[in-house]
Design a protein around this ligand. Structure first.
Ligand code: MN
Length: 233
């Protein structure tokens, strides 16, 4: 039996609706700029005819369950919410065709891609990696996964409120690259594995939160998410 110097941490995992078994997480992928109005608000409108989707990742250790209270993170003065639909991969694949993408879907969750926006924009403008801005502790918030095997979500409202005031309100039908296209494109670069989670991008209306704020959000037909921002450590 393999021996380790100390007990390795349990694998990152997410609850599954209606099951006691957990969804063991492999990797966390995030699609950048996947709603036109958000791309525009960030100063980078997309021409799908010439653009390709792009991605960043977070360590699975960044996962935080919905309902948590997280400390306001270090190193930022501008901590932002991004409400997203999350695709849970149940069957791995490489160079998946869009028409076959549904076969790889286990289900969906609602997610928050919490972002140190000031650090992300410095990195973006200096051509540096986005890790300090994006791969921040507690920054990949996720609800339980709703099993919807082989279902491709093509529409449904996606919204977020801070302290009850609506900040984001859009529809999954406005994704620039839809679920099938994301799975096809991402799998050109990576061997997708069971347990991968793909955060599909946020609509417009991103903005800051401060200690004491309470975020609520929902993806219609999937799940509702909540997060409370506590004081900085
Ligand atoms: Mn995002």
């Amino acid at each position: 039996m393999t021996q380790y110097l100390w007990n390795p941490p349990a694998p990152a995992a997410v609850a599954v609706r209606g099951r006691t078994d957990l969804f063991p997480v492999h990797r966390l992928y995030f699609v950048g700029r996947n709603y036109m109005a958000h791309a525009e608000e960030m100063g980078n409108p997309i021409d799908k005819a010439t653009a390709r989707p792009f991605y960043f990742t977070k360590a699975p250790q960044a996962l935080t369950p919905s309902g948590s209270t997280i400390p306001y993170p270090p190193g930022t003065q501008n901590f932002h919410y991004e409400m997203e639909l999350v695709v849970a991969i149940g069957e791995g694949g490489f160079r998946i065709r869009a028409e076959d993408a549904h076969r790889h879907i286990y289900g969906y969750a609602a997610g928050l891609d919490m972002t140190r926006r000031d650090l992300q924009l410095v990195a973006r403008d200096k051509g540096r990696p986005w890790d300090l801005g994006k791969d921040c502790e507690n920054s990949a918030v996720c609800t339980e996964i709703v099993p919807m095997p082989h279902v491709v979500i093509e529409q449904g409202s996606i919204s977020l409120a801070v302290n009850g005031e609506t900040k984001q309100s859009s529809d999954v039908s406005k994704l620039i690259w839809n679920i099938r296209e994301i799975i096809e494109d991402l799998s050109q670069f990576y061997h997708l594995q069971p347990g991968d989670l793909i955060y599909t991008g946020t609509p417009e209306g991103v903005g800051p939160v401060v200690a004491g704020d309470h975020i609520t959000g929902q993806v219609a037909g999937v799940s509702e998410i909540a997060l409370t921002i506590g004081p900085a450590e």
